[in-house]
Design a protein around this ligand. Structure first.
Ligand SMILES: [Zn+2]
Length: 378
């Protein structure tokens, strides 16, 4: 009897120690996601501020985020660029990082928010199996970044309603209450993600960017892919930029922002401010439903054998070969489209252009890789 009791005590203690080990390891990994991976301001950055300058209530919360200002010597147009609206779309985030670390403005002003939904960089989406981090090699060692979630971390906004009815009456599934790109124009007293949307709208009202460009990615089976989505007032600009890109060998389609889909950047920035609102999409297999093994290699190479098969059956909206959609290709497409939009705008507004140098070209990114344009880790 005594031996049996001792055995059950020992197995109970072993079980509790096992639980403690698993919980401790998970807790360390969980906490580590909340550490901002550094972005190093390049030679063109003249000022770094926080978004809470436009809505004081964001200060000290997990949703406040850095705003990088790259100001030229002479006045010209202001252009706003957002990366990381959806932190599970790494090319959108890294294109913004490359602007901060490389671009130099001669005329006008560039305002860049690389982690638009900073909270979303602190967790991954449940059930997706995404890696928490990925590394990009540079000449001075690897740079690590977090692969985040599509939405605000529930630690910063909880619980979700069953149905989310946004400020404009659009009915959405409850979890969309944490999706920044359904929360515009936002509200100063609404859900935290709506406050974030409001702060960005207030930034646009205060800084009056001529163009505002929201960078995104989508899965290869999503119809709006390798595209510029334009508010009706920005449609002419988008079409002309797409023609320039085609002449340079880069295929891109133009879609007009739908009237019936409310709360999105390309619709609400355009309807509620004077800016020309645009959104760019590239093809991200790590987001797709058809993908196989999901790891850091998929994030970097964009190669997946199941997508190759789907491409052979014409089930996708992009060409998909063994080459996949590497991260540097997607970042290069974003930067190339952005430069084209700026060039067309500047040609149309000769008195107030944005003249910017140092933005890596798609061909340079294909040849040298992303690491060649990221600063060495300090
Ligand atoms: Zn997106």
């Amino acid at each position: 009897m005594a031996i049996r009791a001792a055995r059950s005590w020992i197995s109970g203690i072993v079980f509790l120690v096992g639980v403690a080990v698993v919980v401790s390891v998970s807790a360390v990994a969980f906490r580590d996601m909340h550490r901002d991976r550094p972005i190093y301001p390049g030679p063109g950055v003249t000022r770094v501020g926080m978004l809470s300058a436009y809505l004081g209530g964001l200060a000290g919360t997990g949703l406040d985020t850095e705003v990088y200002y790259l100001e030229g010597q002479t006045p010209g147009a202001t252009v706003l660029v957002l990366g990381g609206t959806h932190p599970n779309e790494p090319a959108a985030f890294l294109a913004a990082v490359l602007l901060v670390e490389n671009a130099v403005v001669e005329r006008g002003r560039l305002i860049v928010i690389p982690r638009a939904n900073r909270s979303g960089f602190t967790c991954t989406d449940p059930g997706e199996g995404h890696p928490q981090v990925y590394e990009i090699p540079t000449s001075g060692g690897p740079r690590e970044f977090t692969f985040g979630s599509r939405a605000t971390n529930p630690v910063h906004q909880w619980p979700d309603p069953v149905v989310y009815v946004n400020r404009l009456g659009q009915q959405l599934t409850g979890s969309e209450v944490r999706n920044l790109n359904r929360s515009y124009p936002g509200s100063p007293t609404g859900y935290p993600t709506e406050q974030l949307g409001h702060a960005i709208t207030e930034l646009i009202r205060a800084e009056s960017p001529a163009l505002s460009i929201d960078l995104h990615e989508a899965s290869p089976e999503y119809p709006v892919i390798n595209a510029i989505v334009a508010h009706p007032r920005a449609l002419g600009l988008a079409v002309e930029a797409a023609m320039l890109l085609e002449l340079d060998g880069m295929n891109i389609s133009v879609e007009v922002s739908p009237v019936s889909l409310r709360g999105l950047s390309h619709r609400e920035w355009g309807d509620n401010t004077d800016t020309l609102a645009l959104l760019l999409e590239t093809s991200n297999p790590a987001q797709g439903r058809l993908r196989g093994r999901t790891d850091a290699a998929l994030v970097l190479t964009g190669q997946d054998k199941f997508y190759v098969r789907a491409g052979e059956r014409n089930a996708l909206y992009v060409r998909f070969t063994d080459r996949g959609w590497p991260l540097e290709e997607r970042v290069g497409r974003h930067l190339q489209a952005l430069v084209s939009l700026v060039e067309v705008y500047s040609a149309q507004h000769g008195q107030t252009p944005l003249v910017v140098q140092g933005v890596p070209h798609l061909r340079e990114l294909r040849r040298d890789g992303l690491g060649a344009f990221l600063q060495r880790p300090r």
